[in-house]
Design a protein around this ligand. Structure first.
Ligand SMILES: *[C@@H]1O[C@H](CO)[C@@H](O)[C@H](O)[C@H]1NC(C)=O
Ligand SMILES: *[C@@H]1O[C@H](CO)[C@@H](O)[C@H](O)[C@H]1NC(C)=O
Ligand SMILES: *[C@@H]1O[C@H](CO)[C@@H](O)[C@H](O)[C@H]1NC(C)=O
Ligand SMILES: [Zn+2]
Length: 325
């Protein structure tokens, strides 16, 4: 019943990536939240195309790296990804810097040749997110395989067609926003304010939001981006939007600054250390190989560069891995 839209296909297929990581085939029937999905549906059929078509990207330049260096988080994420049952290697990965007009410091991204999105598409879609939202992540990687995406240590990995949907970028960055917004040990979705807003609402915005409060929030991020950046707001797309107005109001009040386009980046995070792609005997690659048996989450030990001290503490708090749509 989901097979009719591209975005639902992305949603369904990402179950596979999590199953692969966990070595199980539990279908996504585990629902922590029991509120129903809003009717009529608007997320996949209206919001996803509306954001894709209406958000303007930020002017940017792309510089493809000519050497053999790769951020270690890109290497480990891509080497955990299988396409047609075969694990990828990082040798052919394109590492590139994307410098947006609203931030002096580029984002370093990685793309395996099997990825659905080109370098240009990755840079363009990420550039559609408000810059202060973009500032919550360090690296983005894309590769082929079954569609799915996750956020780990403030890095985003996207497989298959997930790298083609701006809402996947918004959702994944949303996990970092959830974890770090308050700059202390409290995630946004752990606050009483959020839980009360959820309680007062009648619905969630899309079925994947039922998976957990973290996924509920991450799906809502795209709704809040629409609301804050387009006249008329979500009422344009969801006539019954008042059924989730408490969550939306909380987000558009608290996160207005982060999720509104314009302005400049701030508190950019420290990049993952550079290692050698091929790993032929360099010092860095031997360091990496000792790490590579551990999980992505272990490798992503985030340290915040010139971020406020409060935020640095928060960065160490959660190393979460989420699937996303
Ligand atoms: C590889 O190139 C990038 C981009 O020019 C640079 O930042 C990085 O330091 C280089 N790596 C090495 C080992 O010199
Ligand atoms: C997004 O819009 C572009 C055109 O701007 C289109 O080519 C692409 O198919 C759209 N993607 C999705 C997921 O709707
Ligand atoms: C974290 O920040 C929120 C929002 O400012 C506040 O309500 C909460 O009490 C803080 N928690 C801690 C542990 O400081
Ligand atoms: Zn998620």
């Amino acid at each position: 019943m989901h097979a009719t839209s591209v975005s639902s296909a992305v949603f369904l297929a990402l179950i596979a990536i999590v199953d692969a990581n966990q070595g199980s085939f539990a279908p996504l029937t585990k629902r922590e939240l029991d509120k129903p999905v809003i009717q009529p549906p608007f997320y996949d059929n209206k919001l996803v195309p509306a954001l894709n078509e209406s958000l303007q990207t930020t002017e940017h330049t792309i510089d493809l790296w000519a050497n053999n260096s790769i951020p270690s988080i890109c290497k480990s994420a891509i080497e955990e990804q299988a396409v047609d049952g075969v694990l990828l290697t990082s040798g052919p990965v394109e590492v590139f810097s994307v410098t947006y007009a609203d931030c002096d410091t580029p984002w370093i991204m990685c793309r395996h040749p099997t990825a659905s999105a080109s370098r240009q598409t990755m840079a363009e879609l990420f550039g559609k997110l408000p810059v202060r939202h973009r500032s919550f992540v360090r690296h983005l990687s894309a590769a082929g395989g079954d569609s799915g995406a996750y956020s780990s240590g403030d890095n985003v990995f996207m497989a298959g067609d997930s790298s083609l949907a701006v809402t996947v970028y918004g959702h994944e960055v949303g996990h970092s926003l959830d974890a770090h917004f308050f700059g202390n040990e409290t995630g946004f979705t752990e606050t009483d304010a959020w839980l009360e807003a959820y309680d007062e609402d009648e619905v969630v915005v899309q079925d994947y939001a039922q998976a957990s409060q973290a996924e509920n929030f991450a799906q809502m991020v795209n709704v809040a981006i629409y609301t804050l950046n387009f006249p008329g707001g979500i009422a344009n797309l969801a006539p019954n939007w008042q059924q989730f107005s408490h969550m939306l109001d909380l987000m558009t009040n608290e996160l207005k600054d982060v999720l509104t386009q314009g302005g400049e980046c701030r508190n950019r995070l420290e990049n993952s250390p550079l290692v050698s792609k091929s790993g032929f005997g360099s010092q860095t690659s031997s360091v990496l190989s000792s790490e590579s048996s551990s999980t992505v989450m272990t490798i992503a030990s985030p340290t915040s560069s010139p971020a406020p001290g409060t935020r640095t503490r928060a960065l160490h708090r959660r190393q979460r891995q989420h699937q996303a749509k």
